[in-house]
Design a binder for this molecule. Structure first.
Ligand code: SF4
Length: 426
């Protein structure tokens, strides 16, 4: 299977910041364990009495030191395994991060996690120049995938409605175009997409079994074009034209913002995540939305109130808008927003879950600005925090969160939340 690049210009290279080596619990296979054990680390004084691995629920992970960093991270922020034996000697999870490979029928789509600082800041070589490395990772997955994984059908649109992989990519292309439309402020781009999604939810694509009536291929592209045009006419131009979210919408949204704000492991683990009583207290505070925001992530400022998340910090700069557009276009074009990479969500629900990361990131950015960051720095940090959880925090795949997402969509709260947290003036 070939590896398909993104059309959005995304750059990346490792700048050896060591952030990922301090952030994640890295899984290791039995073969990787054997390889690392044979590397002779027990002869280095840094490894006296230090186990290389920890075990949780039957799975093995790289061990972390007291400061949250991987046992193999050196004081120069470089991986000792990489420095001594080369990149190929590291566990695959370390080598592949922050790439993502999403199987899409006869090819792989390349995705990227913008939780990585270099990816969020678009620093490095274009991803198009890195396809040979991506191909190498793809070959590994092809050799080790459980039977059926790579030939799985595309995720349903909703219910039993399904498109082919190529038609699903037509939908992704249309959504990516709307996200790139610089004529609109970023928040309106998402309101237009949700308008199109609402109409598409009512459509049937298979022509009721009659292939002549099926909406596929060129016909589907035409339909998507017409609906995008209709969105330009029908969707109110200004965020101020949209009523604010209702109290149910705000309460459910705060629970979601709590998930996108949190860090449960590594050096940036929030103080409020340490111990069940603190966790419970933090969850209660997010439910009420009153008082000081609990420190669920080390990057959150101390002593900033929930009210700060409701205060806009002015218009988004071009750099911040470009970052938001790039982030979401990467998620859409790689198809990371639905199916297996996003907790099995159907296509329309997956788009809605991605749409909600915009108000969540803007809420976070407002809080970070209140803590003293510049708006651009705050948006970059907020995107990194939200992307760290999107598609990865198992809480987002829980029955409760899926129900909450459905409820927000059914009550018409999504465009309201997007406009509310996307507005630039009180
Ligand atoms: S093994 Fe190396 S690359 Fe992987 S987390 Fe540890 S220090 Fe980082």
């Amino acid at each position: 299977m070939h590896v398909r690049a993104l059309t959005v210009l995304q750059n990346w290279d490792c700048h050896t910041c060591g952030d990922c080596c301090r952030s994640y619990a890295v899984p290791v296979t039995a073969e990787e364990r054997r390889r690392i054990e044979a590397q002779g680390w027990e002869q280095s004084p840094e490894f006296a009495q230090v186990p290389y691995f920890t075990q949780r629920g039957g799975a093995f992970y790289l061990n972390h030191r007291d400061d949250g960093s991987c046992v193999f991270l050196g004081p120069d922020q470089l991986c000792r395994i990489h420095a001594k034996f080369g990149a190929a000697a590291k566990p695959l999870a370390c080598r592949i991060y922050p790439f993502l490979l999403v199987p899409a029928g006869d090819h792989w789509n390349v995705g990227l996690r913008l939780a990585c600082p270099s990816a969020a800041q678009n620093q490095g070589r274009p991803l198009t120049e890195q396809l040979p490395e991506a191909r190498e990772y793809a070959a590994f997955f092809e050799a080790t995938a459980t039977p059926g994984t790579l030939t799985a059908p595309p995720p349903p649109l909703h219910g039993t409605q399904r498109l082919s992989w190529s038609d699903l990519e037509r939908v992704a292309t249309a959504v990516s175009r709307l996200l790139a439309d610089e004529a609109d402020p970023f928040e309106r781009r998402w309101r237009k997409i949700l308008f199109v999604v609402e109409l598409l939810k009512k459509a049937t694509f298979d022509g009721g079994g009659d292939p002549k009536k099926a909406v596929t291929g060129g016909r589907l592209s035409e339909l998507l074009h017409v609906l995008s045009q209709a969105a330009a006419d029908e969707v109110p131009p200004r965020a101020a034209d949209i009523p604010p979210p209702g109290w149910v919408g705000r309460m459910v949204f705060r629970q979601l913002a709590a998930v996108y704000a949190r860090k449960d492991h590594g050096a940036e683990k929030g103080l409020a995540q340490r111990g069940p009583i603190r966790r419970l207290r933090a969850a209660w505070r997010f439910a009420t939305g009153r008082g000081i925001i609990p420190p669920v992530h080390a990057a959150l400022p101390a002593r900033v109130c929930f009210a700060a998340g409701e205060v806009p910090f002015g218009p988004l700069s071009q750099a911040a808008t470009d970052l938001l557009a790039r982030w979401h276009r990467v998620k859409v074009e790689s198809l990371q927003f639905c199916g297996a990479p996003n907790f099995g969500l159907a296509v329309w629900e997956g788009l809605e879950s991605l749409a909600l990361t915009f108000p969540a990131a803007m809420w976070l950015a407002r809080v970070l600005v209140a803590g003293g960051r510049t708006p651009d720095a705050a948006v970059t940090q907020a995107v990194r925090m939200a992307d760290d959880n999107f598609g990865f925090n198992p809480l987002l795949g829980s029955v409760r969160q899926k129900f909450a997402l459905r409820m927000l969509a059914q009550r018409g709260e999504l465009p309201k939340l997007i406009a509310w947290y996307g507005r630039t003036a009180p």
